[in-house]
Ligand binder design. Structure first.
Ligand code: HEM
Length: 456
């Protein structure tokens, strides 16, 4: 059992519930598989901690922010396991899937590479990449904003990681590989038996080929960089030079390779989806869009937005926060109890899965009044103070909290400001948003019509 210090303080009593609608043999597995977002959002009404059945196993959804926080800040008791164990075999023992001492070591070596002081340098070229992408847009043209943001984010990620050393064709090739690899990793981690994934099908061959090719591309970048030994001021240079603060130990090439692939998987789709959701929401709410445009115009005038403008874009940042609340790209994650323990006064056996879902929390009316309403004003002035502590969790918390959170928010704000200063994106009549819960919450196909606000 955990020590008294590790258990959540019993200042209040927590309600414990069981999810309704379990079916024989499968329990809630079908509901979680077929309509995960609705199912998860329905659970907080049944308790602060809710038991669900996945076949013969019991899992627990922590619904109350304090219980979620407790799980996330106690990695010795609630560690990465389950789907992360499977992902480790595919991604290598990298930051997002490692556990225990391995994770603590990696985090200490890599954290300085994401220090806030580095972000301005990493994102210096984001405006150029964004302008290069939107210069090709024509008034009246339709863009699939999900696809356009993914292509842009891959260029931005390549630039952040490898500065100028990658050509456009290689970036596009890496992007296509990454799409297949991310999808493949997701399918392999959620497949109960994984038998289909072992068959020699075209899809499985494509996955294997894309994985090898992606790693080859990244490997070439690393060995070129090792040869030159120059500091390019990008994420790769910082990673190659990073040292453990006490032992002085550095990452091997294999470890850097695993981390870079992890950053591409963890960082590009999440940020691209966030941008697609932001533009969809602005398009559907012209009054919000107008205010964003006015704020950007006042802060930036005729020139292009830069890093130093971001503090002035308070409303734009509130719009991004509200998009992350409504559509959190990381919609569900889990930990596994490494020993018999308790949560909210309820016993949790060793090996049990404890799930947390930003989607379920962000759509809980007890935490966010009118949760389905897109209301950026929640994040401004006095109203922001009313949001319960820990209720907004797009980047997680504790020792596994997103290491790229500041980078992602900076890139997102710069890209929104750069695009919105020149283009207004209108939803194409009849197109609707259907968020797709996969490894991340994807925006799916979102055609939008381009209206020029200002020539390039
Ligand atoms: C809007 C964009 C992003 C969102 C919403 C997001 C969300 C998250 C969340 C929720 C976690 C924690 C998952 C858990 O608790 O199991 C996480 C972890 C992580 N993220 Fe992000 N992320 C974003 C962008 C990025 C970027 C840009 C990078 C890197 C370039 C990145 C790299 C990582 C890594 C390496 C981890 C694992 C950290 C660890 O376990 O120590 N993410 N992210």
């Amino acid at each position: 059992m955990t020590t008294a210090k590790e258990s959540v303080k019993q200042e209040r009593s927590w309600s414990f519930g069981t999810a309704p609608g379990a079916v024989p043999l499968l329990g809630h597995a079908l509901a979680l598989w077929r309509r995960p977002l609705d199912f998860l959002a329905s659970l907080p009404a049944h308790g602060d901690l809710v038991e669900i059945r996945l076949g013969p196993s019991r899992a627990y959804l922590a619904c109350h922010p304090e219980l979620v926080h407790h799980v996330l800040v106690n990695p010795r008791v609630f560690d990465k396991g389950g789907v992360f164990d499977k992902a480790r075999q595919l991604l290598g023992n990298s930051l997002s899937v490692s556990r225990g001492d391995d994770h603590r070591f990696q985090r200490r070596v890599i954290q300085p590479a994401f220090h806030a002081t580095k972000i301005a340098d990493y994102t210096a070229a984001v405006g150029d990449d964004t302008r290069a992408a939107i210069d090709a847009w024509r008034p009246g043209q339709t863009q699939d904003i999900g696809e356009a943001m993914h292509a842009l984010l891959m260029r931005v990620a390549a630039r952040t990681l490898f500065s100028t050393s990658v050509d456009t064709a290689t970036i596009e090739e890496a992007r296509q590989c990454l799409l297949t690899v991310s999808e493949g990793i997701y399918k392999r981690t959620v497949a109960p038996l994984g038998l289909k994934e072992k068959l020699p099908t075209a899809e499985n061959r494509r996955y294997a080929w894309s994985n090898t090719r992606l790693r080859e591309i990244v490997e070439t970048m690393i060995s070129e960089r090792r040869r030159s030994d120059e500091d390019h001021g990008d994420l790769l240079s910082t990673l190659l030079r990073a040292e453990h603060p006490e032992s002085g130990q550095r990452l091997t090439d294999e470890e850097v390779l695993d981390q870079v692939v992890t950053f591409l998987v963890a960082g590009s789709e999440t940020t691209a989806s966030t941008l697609a959701f932001v533009f969809h929401l602005m398009g559907a709410h012209p009054e919000v869009e107008e205010r964003v445009h006015a704020e950007i115009d006042a802060a930036v005038g005729d020139r292009s937005p830069v890093f130093d403008d971001l503090p002035k874009l308070e409303y734009t940042r509130a719009v991004i926060t509200e998009a992350l609340r409504l559509y959190p790209p990381s919609w569900m994650s889990m930990r596994v109890a490494s020993a018999d323990t308790e949560l909210g006064g309820h016993p949790i056996p060793s090996g049990a899965m404890v799930v947390y879902s930003a989607w379920a929390m962000h759509h809980n009316p007890e935490l966010f009044p009118e949760p389905e309403k897109f209301d950026p004003g929640r994040w401004l002035d006095e109203r922001a103070k009313n949001v319960p502590r820990g209720a907004l969790l797009p980047f997680g918390a504790g020792s596994h909290k997103c290491i790229g959170d500041v980078l992602a928010l900076t890139e997102t704000a710069l890209i929104v400001a750069t695009i919105a200063s020149r283009w207004r994106l209108r939803p194409v009549p009849g197109s609707t948003l259907k968020p797709q819960p996969k490894a991340t919450l994807e925006a799916g196909t979102l055609p939008m019509r381009c209206e020029q606000r200002r020539p390039s």
